[in-house]
Ligand binder design. Structure first.
Ligand SMILES: [Zn+2]
Length: 314
């Protein structure tokens, strides 16, 4: 079984075949029915608790159409992501506002969250590829923003949207699970172990290395559970359950302030704060936790939310 995660399963049709059709994309940009998802300084535009979809005229004079990123079709409307200039200020047009995406996650309908995560992920990727990584000249946006090509004809290097894969794992030993508290997290806040996959590693290698580095626990079997887009800025979280083959925790790399084995009873007692319910970390813990006759984890209201913390990774 794979877990269902927040941000995934959005209903937008990506229409990849349209990206290479420059003429059709240009007319789509000018279609009065087309809508735009705006990102400003990594913040997303919302209206109340919903994604704000702007008309072309609402983007203002400073916005350059060639920077629009074609996301696809939602219901009968074509949707573009746009990054608005820094000097705009933090008020969007009319009744809408730019909000810290992490802070509003739990309030958004899932489909809106998936759309904003997609838009933010693409805009963040553009922001990190303004210049060619080979020769340093500016990149030009092609194919609806899904190709960035070096402006130097001699170089011509092309970049494509790429993600940073990160593993996230709940390690289990019988009736206990392994949770850690990062140094910058508040007292009482615990979550799963996570880290970026390194070159030359399989995902399973990465799970074993991260758990070993952070807790000195050896991991045996590793089971894939599900994944989650994580546009902070361009990650994808790949979630696992892992079976521990050792018990003694020793924090070795300084990333964790504390780590421990927790039973369901200890978690249910409410002594620790778990990750937000919108995170794959919560889903990984929940899937293990709910394998008993006691209360369901979601009913216990033990989740923190993102808005009250800084430096949240999972
Ligand atoms: Zn170049």
């Amino acid at each position: 079984m794979t877990l269902t995660t927040f941000f995934s399963g959005g209903s937008i049709k990506r229409m990849a075949e349209l990206r290479a059709d420059a003429a059709r994309l240009a007319s789509t940009l000018n279609d009065s029915n087309t809508r735009f998802v705006a990102v400003w300084k990594s913040r997303c535009l919302v209206h109340g608790n919903a994604a704000a979809l702007l008309k072309r005229a609402e983007l203002g004079e400073t916005w350059q159409p060639e920077t629009g990123i074609y996301l696809g079709q939602l219901d009968a409307q074509h949707i573009f992501a746009v990054e608005l200039p820094d000097e705009l200020g933090d008020n969007g047009p009319g009744e809408v506002a730019f909000e810290n995406f992490r802070g509003i996650l739990g309030d958004l309908p899932e489909d809106d969250a998936a759309l904003l995560a997609y838009a933010k992920g693409m805009v963040e990727w553009h922001g990190r590829h303004r210049y060619c990584g080979v020769c340093g000249l500016p990149n030009l946006s092609l194919e609806g923003g899904f190709v960035l090509e070096c402006a130097s004809p001699k170089c011509g290097h092309r970049s494509f949207p790429r993600l940073d894969p990160a593993i996230i794992v709940l390690t289990i030993d019988g009736d206990k699970c392994l949770l850690g508290r990062q140094v910058r997290w508040p007292e009482g806040r615990y979550s799963t172990i996570a880290g970026f996959v390194e070159p030359g590693e399989s995902l399973e290698d990465s799970v074993r290395r991260e758990v070993k580095e952070e807790t000195d626990i050896d991991v045996g079997k590793v089971h894939y559970m599900g994944s989650q887009p994580w546009p902070f800025p361009t990650a994808v979280m790949i979630g696992f359950h892992a079976e521990a083959v050792s018990k003694l925790i020793h924090r070795t790399d300084g990333e964790l302030a504390d780590a421990g084995w927790f039973t369901r009873e200890e978690i249910a007692a409410g002594n620790i704060v778990l990750p937000p319910i919108t995170s794959i970390a919560f889903r990984l813990i929940e899937h293990w936790f709910d394998g008993w006759d006691g209360p369901r984890l979601a009913e216990l209201n033990l989740s923190g939310d993102f808005s009250r913390r800084t430096g949240e990774r999972t």
